[in-house]
Write a protein that binds this ligand. Structure first.
Ligand SMILES: Cc1cc2nc3c(=O)[nH]c(=O)nc-3n(C[C@H](O)[C@H](O)[C@H](O)COP(=O)(O)OP(=O)(O)OC[C@H]3O[C@@H](n4cnc5c(N)ncnc54)[C@H](O)[C@@H]3O)c2cc1C
Length: 347
């Protein structure tokens, strides 16, 4: 293939501090803003993807930059929300990977399309949402996703992957495994509801909030408002204090181990997810390992939620990672449970 030049603007030695919500200061050798799939094709034709595997950046709300990035960072800014199919019962949307996730939720609620209102205020882009199958308040992306469109870095072609082939799990998908580093998500297709909407409000804090507000039959706007209010009261705003949301996944352990732990630590919470598996809140483990609200140098855990690691300002990626390891070690020592980061660690 003959190599061509790309029209993409390349920023050399780019500062990534504004591009990660933990506020870690790091640099990228090159940063390219991608606004269309055609631009990816052009870059493919320059031979860039044969030489290196670029780092794909969305809103930077689920990454820990351990240091500078020696190669190319592609910042995905592909825009657009379009209504593709509409029947009496449902609406299918195509959404560009660079669209801000919360703006999409706002747009859907404003158009009376249901299904994603429980996922309000999750930071980041639409293109990153399938990576860890974002979820909150009883809903996951997989519940409303029809398909994912991605650009294949090896072939230079776009393909569509149907929901059932994305291998979605708890904060997991094929994009964290077989397709990791091989594809760039350029857009997604969602299957949303039209009135009367099925409403998911069985999640405890959401149910309690709606009861307190005396909302007996909640609509999608009620759920949207409730989720925003609950999240604002619990989670730190990354524009005020650097964080990446939940740093670790909630561990899923054997029911046998959970039984032993319940005897040793009465009050340990656990949610049965199958006959022999129990999910334990990582925040509880971290808190009861003595880390809630504790600060070490420039880093610490959030005072209202131990699962959120914070940068009080000036922390390096290495400093934050060392803190995560300290927490992981004490939790392993006390409870015999290995915490796994939910945040993507970028070496
Ligand atoms: C305050 C706060 C609250 C949060 N609450 C939740 C929550 O309730 N539920 C939840 O699930 N998450 C939550 N998160 C985590 C985060 O918002 C989500 O994981 C989000 O989807 C990350 O989007 P992003 O665009 O910022 O991704 P980034 O951080 O930019 O990237 C995350 C990963 O996806 C890859 N990636 C990004 N875009 C693409 C693409 N287009 N193609 C291929 N790979 C890509 C990156 O390489 C990286 O590995 C929270 C984060 C914060 C800061």
């Amino acid at each position: 293939m003959t190599q061509k030049d790309s029209s993409a603007q390349i920023h050399k030695n780019a500062d990534l501090t504004p591009y990660n919500t933990l506020g870690i200061s790091a640099k990228a050798a090159s940063l390219i803003n991608i606004t269309s799939a055609e631009q990816l094709k052009e870059l493919f034709e320059t031979g860039l993807f044969e030489k290196e595997e670029p780092f794909i950046l969305g809103g930077g709300s689920n990454i820990l930059l351990k240091g500078d990035i020696a190669g190319t960072v592609l910042k995905i800014s592909i825009s657009g929300i379009s209504l593709e199919v509409q029947t009496d019962e449902r609406a299918e949307l195509n959404v560009g990977a660079g669209v801000n996730w919360h703006s999409l939720v706002e747009w859907a609620v404003a158009h009376n399309f249901g299904g994603i209102e429980n996922l309000a205020l999750i930071p980041g882009t639409v293109g990153a949402a399938p990576i860890q199958n974002i979820g909150a308040y009883g809903v996951e992306l997989k519940d409303v996703l029809k398909s994912v469109t991605f650009f294949d870095l090896k072939t230079g072609e776009e393909s569509v992957l149907k929901q059932q082939h994305c291998r979605f799990g708890y904060r997991d998908s094929i994009f964290k495994h077989e397709l990791k580093g091989k594809v760039i998500i350029t857009g997604i297709r969602l299957n949303l509801t039209k009135p009367p909407h099925p409403i998911e409000c069985s999640y405890r804090s959401l149910d309690e909030y709606l009861r307190k507000k005396k909302i007996a039959t909640a609509g999608i706007k009620d759920v949207f408002d409730a989720v925003i209010a609950i999240r604002k009261s619990k989670l730190p705003d990354p524009s005020l204090i650097g964080n990446a949301g939940s740093f670790f996944k909630n561990p899923v352990i054997d029911a046998e181990l959970f039984k032993d732990l319940s005897e040793k630590f009465p009050g340990i919470p656990g949610y049965k997810i199958s006959e022999d598996k129990v999910k334990v809140p990582a925040g509880w483990l971290i808190e009861h390992a003595g880390w809630k609200g504790k600060r070490v140098g420039n880093v610490g855990t959030y005072e209202n939620q131990a699962l959120v690691l914070v940068n009080y300002g000036g922390a390096s990626g290495e400093e934050l990672w060392n803190h995560a390891k300290r927490i992981r070690n004490t939790v392993a020592k006390k409870f015999g449970i290995e915490l796994v980061p939910e945040v993507n660690i970028v070496e």
